[in-house]
Design a protein around this ligand. Structure first.
Ligand code: 3MF
Ligand code: MG
Length: 350
């Protein structure tokens, strides 16, 4: 931490999908639908200014629209966001819904399905351009296998790199932020960690324009520490964004409220971000948290404001940690003393 500089003023973002209707794989909606268009007015009052979008959050039904129709709808969204004082943070191609992506998108065994994936990706980039957004997030949801013999993994990795290069060529102004996840929906995903994502970045034709987006829960699902994953990306100046949330052990992707399962783990994520100046160049603190299915109301927003509040409380905890004392413990290699100091600091006891 550098105490001589002014503190980072964090900016927060989330995607409209984070206000959901309560459906899960075992049951239908538990809340009425609250239209996306109405969500944008809620961002600022909740303390958020960044909007994360899938291509079809921005332009619903884009597969059946012409380029001109897509452009028109994207321009409308641009005005809506501008009127609400909001910034689009990224657009992500939704490459996991269509029947043409059931076996993957860029790595599908079907040539025509790969062609669909590329066509959809171009539309996504066009939408981003229309709303003045230069970041494309790739959550490579179905790029993997349920059984290893289903695909030639070497060919799949070649295809992923080829697709990234095609995207970089298609629009020389965009950045690609890869959001790694080890599983779900695939049994085994091809880009499970930030290390894989950053290797692809360096192998690409424009390494500076390929970065990562780290989701806390995804790192934990890979059995890794989210704060170390973030530190790795930061060490390469490749942390495009974060999806802060929490996860209670190795199970389905829970998207729990930030800090709700492992407060110390959350503290360390905030510490790594704060100590390395994340956010100083306008990077957002993105929250990818799920509404509890049990919660009444429409829309439910508390999980977002509570996660934001937790982040800010943890920023206070990081800023009030005495760096000299931490250094002393490190120098003396007295990690027992360091550990109890951290625990007491988090509990607010002397
Ligand atoms: C899946 C996710 C996704 C991605 C989103 C943007 C629904 O586990 O985390 O959220 O973050 O698709 O890439
Ligand atoms: Mg996410």
């Amino acid at each position: 931490m550098n105490p001589s500089t002014t503190p980072t003023e964090y900016r927060f973002s989330f995607g409209p999908w984070n206000m959901s209707e309560g459906a899960d794989p075992f049951g239908p909606d538990t809340r009425a639908v609250f239209p996306h268009e109405k969500k944008y007015a809620l961002y600022r009052p909740l303390g958020f200014e960044g909007v994360q979008l899938h291509d079809d959050d921005a332009v619903p039904g884009l597969d059946d629209l012409t380029a001109a129709q897509i452009e028109r709808q994207a321009s409308q969204l641009k005005s809506v966001l501008a009127n609400e004082g909001l910034t689009p943070e990224f657009v992500a191609p939704r490459l996991w819904f269509s029947e043409r992506t059931i076996d993957g998108a860029y790595t599908s065994n079907s040539q025509s399905d790969r062609a669909y994936a590329w066509d959809r990706t171009k539309k996504c980039i066009d939408i981003a351009r229309s709303i003045d957004c230069n970041a494309i997030v790739l959550w490579l949801s179905r790029e993997g296998t349920y059984i290893r013999e289903a695909k030639d993994a070497k060919v799949a990795y070649d295809r992923l790199l080829e697709s990234i290069n095609q995207m970089l060529d298609y629009d020389p102004t965009i950045e690609i932020w890869i959001e790694p996840k080890p599983n779900e929906p695939a049994d085994q995903a091809y880009v499970p960690t930030i290390g894989h994502a950053i290797a692809l970045a360096y192998a690409s034709n424009a390494p500076k324009r390929v970065k990562g987006l780290i989701e806390s829960a995804h790192a934990m699902l890979a059995g890794l520490d989210a704060s170390d994953e973030m530190a790795f990306a930061l060490a390469h100046d490749k942390l495009g964004s974060v999806h802060l949330n929490d996860q209670n052990g190795l199970k389905f992707d829970e998207d729990k409220n930030f800090g709700s399962a492992n407060l110390r783990g959350a503290f360390n994520q905030v510490r790594v971000l704060e100590e390395n100046g994340y956010g100083r160049r306008g990077e957002f603190i993105g929250l990818d948290v799920k509404t509890m299915r049990t919660q009444r109301g429409c829309p439910v927003t508390e999980h977002l404001s509570n996660s934001r509040t937790m982040f800010l409380h943890l920023v206070d905890k990081v800023r009030s940690l005495d760096p000299k004392l931490v250094q002393q413990f490190r120098d003396a290699r007295d990690y027992e003393a360091l550990e109890i100091h951290i625990l007491k600091h988090l509990l607010g006891v002397g």
